[in-house]
Ligand binder design. Structure first.
Ligand code: SF4
Length: 342
């Protein structure tokens, strides 16, 4: 079989791996052993699977591979954040490990670039190349885990791309990271700009991951500019689905709100936000804007003004200010991008 026609075993769950080994006339438990090597012991090579016969390893490697991704650059920030440049065949993505006091969080990507084109985000400005497969999404996690001495405890789908525009691969990867790797479902967060079709599907999935909505303004007109998919996924319909999500799943939603100086940070913006989110069980996370190179030249709201904005909202909703990590190595929120020519 040509290399190109081979498939990755990563991204397949234990049941699927069992079906594969059965096609080689092997017993079910061999599939479980292989799954354990991949998802629990993080092996990158069939050769390391010492309790699997050499014949089966050889047969598997004729049709399957494990990784097509590799870390080609690592950037360490002073606050401990580590950004990884990962190459999948001809494409690169960035993913980040964020060390906090009690946990290690992997921020992973679902697409090479992003079509949503939020004007304050480096990913959106770097264009869109392709969706990542479920295998490639899971590989990011496994590659970062292999590099790290500590176990990664949390995953946020907040890297490059809009997860709900790559719905099936995103959900498949969540299931594998939860069930096979063992990351608690409540330690997994999917962040979306608010794709209505994807939101409707999520409500039906009955999966207990956390949902974060990148809201950024409660003004319909302004959102058309700041989050351009709003033109086809209007805020009023998004908020209706948010209410439905809370009712049907009993989960709280997080609204992310990037603080752009003199753009979406006035007292009137705060009041409008309160009015629009009234009745939704939610938490608001204010994100100081991280500088990127863009013609629009957005600036972050100064911290004293962010605190004032927070105080107004806090009367009505639990509200936090995100501590930006990895800024000096362009590893922070909104700074990830496609790197050309590597
Ligand atoms: S903020 Fe998110 S949705 Fe918007 S362009 Fe960046 S990656 Fe895409």
């Amino acid at each position: 079989m040509k290399e190109k026609e081979k498939e990755s075993l990563i991204g397949k769950d234990t049941n699927e791996i069992i079906e594969i080994v059965k096609s080689f006339n092997e017993k079910d438990y061999r599939g479980k052993q292989i799954s354990k090597w991949i998802y629990q012991k993080f092996t990158d090579n069939f050769e390391n699977m010492s309790d699997i016969s050499k014949d089966l390893r050889n047969e598997l490697s004729k049709k399957y591979y494990l990784y097509n991704g590799q870390i080609i650059k690592t950037s360490n920030s002073d606050d401990g954040t580590i950004k990884y440049l990962i190459k999948f065949n001809n494409d690169t993505i960035e993913a980040v490990n964020i060390f906090q006091k009690y946990h290690l969080t992997a921020c992973i990507s679902t697409q090479v670039g992003c079509n949503v084109k939020c004007p304050f985000c480096a990913t959106g400005l770097s264009g869109f190349r392709k969706n990542l497969s479920a295998s490639e999404i899971v590989q990011q996690f496994l590659l970062m885990q292999r590099e790290s001495k500590e176990r990664i405890s949390n995953i946020v789908y907040m890297g490059m791309g809009e997860p709900l525009l790559n719905y099936d691969n995103t959900i498949k990867s969540v299931k594998i990271l939860n069930k096979e790797v063992g990351i608690g479902i409540r330690n997994i967060t999917i962040s979306t700009s608010g794709i209505l079709k994807g939101m409707e599907k999520i409500i039906k999935e009955n999966l207990q991951f956390n949902l974060a909505i990148s809201l950024h303004t409660a003004d319909e007109e302004q959102r058309n500019k700041l989050v351009p998919i709003n033109k086809n996924n209007p805020l009023k319909d998004l908020l209706f689905l948010c209410k439905k999500y809370v009712q049907e799943t009993n989960r709280r939603i997080t609204f992310e709100y990037v603080m752009l100086n003199n753009i979406n940070d006035s007292i009137d913006h705060a009041k409008l936000l309160i009015e629009k989110l009234k009745g939704i069980h939610c938490h608001i996370n204010l994100i100081p804007h991280n500088k990127i190179y863009s013609s629009e030249n957005y600036e972050s709201t100064p911290m004293n003004k962010i605190k004032l904005f927070k105080d107004i909202l806090s009367e009505y909703f639990p509200t936090t200010i995100r501590v930006s990590r990895g800024r000096e190595k362009d590893s922070a929120c909104g700074q990830l991008r496609i790197i050309q020519g590597v």
